[in-house]
Design a protein around this ligand. Structure first.
Ligand SMILES: Cc1cc2nc3c(=O)[nH]c(=O)nc-3n(C[C@H](O)[C@H](O)[C@H](O)COP(=O)(O)O)c2cc1C
Length: 202
């Protein structure tokens, strides 16, 4: 039985493009994985707090003593359980929402999601045999066919850092322009193509 971890971060709970595209992804995922389980982590409905020096310090000691590591433990356990991860992210001021950044700060954790050899300075991701899908929605248009703010590359870099290198990105552009319904249709079509052609999705 496969497990999908779905992470949403748009603060728009009614007609968000990234949420609608993620709904479509989840629906198709369930079609190809009828016995699959979906874990949902909605960062708008339950906002993770900013990382503190105290919690960060406790990461290295890896003890849930005086400092509460419960949230980080819980978030990492969800990631560990997942075979596939789906991240929906709007672009806010050239970046991911601050809730998503706070979430990332709680899951990038030494000896849990990455390891570091102090002699060689070599880091390695500890999450193996997982794939990820990233849906990024933005009001603006691409520049020379590329993301104008690098949000997709940022999220791919974070996933790579934890050892996930099988990543698919779906970019939705022009959501604030007239005719933006086509942007949503196009992203849904791209997601359908992914499920038709990508063996990893099956
Ligand atoms: C606070 C805020 C900042 C935004 N900043 C950007 C931006 O830097 N670049 C951009 O292309 N669109 C920007 N937008 C537009 C959103 O990316 C766009 O509305 C997108 O569709 C939001 O994702 P959602 O539909 O999933 O909620 C911004 C919107 C908001 C509310």
């Amino acid at each position: 039985m496969k497990t999908l971890l779905r992470i949403d971060s748009s603060f728009n709970l009614t007609n968000s493009f990234s949420r609608q595209a993620a709904d479509h992804f989840e629906k198709l995922w369930k079609t190809v994985n009828p016995d699959g389980m979906v874990i949902r982590r909605d960062l708008e409905r339950t906002k993770p707090p900013h990382l503190t020096q105290e919690v960060y310090g406790a990461f290295a000691k890896n003890v849930n003593g005086e400092t509460d590591l419960t949230l980080s433990d819980e978030l990492i356990s969800e990631v560990e359980q997942a075979d596939e991860i789906l991240i929906g992210s709007p672009v806010y001021n050239h970046a991911v929402p601050s809730t998503l950044k706070a979430y990332i700060d709680h899951i990038i954790r030494i000896n849990k999601t990455f390891a570091y050899d102090p002699k060689t300075y070599i880091r390695k991701g500890l999450l193996i045999n997982k794939s990820a899908n990233v849906i990024v929605s933005r009001g603006g248009a691409p520049i020379n066919g590329e993301s104008p703010d690098g949000v997709e590359a940022y999220l791919e870099g974070i996933l790579n850092y934890m050892g996930i290198d099988q990543i698919n990105s779906f970019s939705i552009y022009g959501t604030t322009y007239e005719g933006s319904e086509y942007a949503l249709q196009n992203s849904k079509a791209a997601i359908e193509d992914y499920f038709k052609t990508n063996e990893y999705a099956k």
